[in-house]
Design a binder for this molecule. Structure first.
Ligand code: ADP
Length: 290
């Protein structure tokens, strides 16, 4: 299976933020893309999914929410995406930017590719543009998105003819076709085998580096989080809180050599310690983590 296409980015592919091929943009001069302040979420059933969460993601970061299953990662991601309202506190996008825009474009990629089985790859990728009545440049946007994920030659194929990894690439192309300013990814590779998952991790990381696409990613894999991210936010078990974070200032490109390096192992160990510390704290408080 071909990797994501490596050709230079053309003007119609450019995201709203400038392209940066070098190190991650995590400095204090970049604007705040995601701002979550004292947010909690209790579902109508009474289930407290999220404790008090404060979070800032800066433009150009690849930030990852990491925590055990059921700790509220998806809940937080959906709140950031505006699909859920916080019970208390607030969530804003680009709120502190001097060049604030009214409706920043964002796109979701979910764990399941959720493709329309009766439609070709091209029609699946076209869907968000049809829904928003995109203009005359829709065609070139679709071709660019397909090219970015290396699926241009599969544009007439149907989902059933594609492997799980390729279907996920279609789902990513469908997200990118809208040229989002913020990409929200909810365990997108969790259902794939490890080899495919590692390959897509490399490819999404390359894509992020080439387009400086602000990304908020969710996973429960420590290894995936360290490999992908510029910053990992570690969450406690439910009701989830952010109990720590580490910056992964490893340069791009990250290769398989990074996965077996001492630096990689050290960061994974740091995160394991944070997760263990969070569950020990819960044990002391006598609360149920399930
Ligand atoms: P994670 O993404 O970390 O696995 P979720 O955010 O999906 O966690 O879920 C956190 C908790 O909230 C879980 O216990 C889940 O069952 C519960 N939950 C998720 N969505 C709803 C909902 N719509 N109504 C009630 N409970 C929910």
């Amino acid at each position: 299976m071909a990797g994501f296409h490596q050709s230079p980015i053309t003007s119609h592919q450019s995201p709203l933020v400038p392209t940066n091929h070098e190190s991650p943009i995590t400095d204090q001069r970049s604007s705040v893309a995601v701002h979550v302040e004292s947010a909690t979420k209790t579902y109508p059933s009474g289930l407290a999914a999220l404790g008090m969460v404060d979070l800032e993601v800066r433009e150009g970061e690849f930030a990852t929410l990491l925590g055990p299953s059921g700790c509220g990662k998806s809940t937080l991601l959906r709140m950031v995406g505006g699909l859920l309202q916080p019970s208390t506190g607030k969530v804003g996008l680009w709120t502190e930017s001097s060049h604030a825009i009214s409706r920043p474009r964002l796109a979701f990629v979910f764990q399941s590719p959720t493709l329309m089985p009766w439609a070709s790859v091209e029609r699946n990728v076209r869907l968000p543009l049809d829904l928003t009545h995109a203009g005359a440049d829709a065609e070139s946007k679709i071709q660019s998105a397909l090219e970015l994920v290396g699926l241009r030659e599969f544009k007439n194929a149907y989902p059933r003819e594609l492997s799980g990894g390729m279907q996920m690439r279609v789902s990513i192309a469908r997200a990118l076709v809208t040229e989002p300013r913020l990409l929200l990814m909810d365990e997108p590779f969790g259902a794939l085998d490890e080899i495919t998952r590692n390959r897509l991790d490399r490819e999404i990381r390359d894509l992020w580096a080439r387009r400086s696409l602000t990304t908020l990613f969710v996973t429960h894999s420590i290894y995936e989080a360290v490999f992908l991210s510029t910053r990992v936010l570690v969450m406690s078990a439910r009701p989830g809180r952010i109990v720590g974070e580490i910056t992964v200032d490893e340069p791009h490109p990250r290769t398989d050599a990074f996965r077996v390096s001492e630096r990689f192992a050290r960061r994974c160990a740091q995160i394991s310690d944070m997760l263990a510390g969070a569950s020990a704290e819960r044990g002391e408080n006598g609360r149920d983590a399930a």
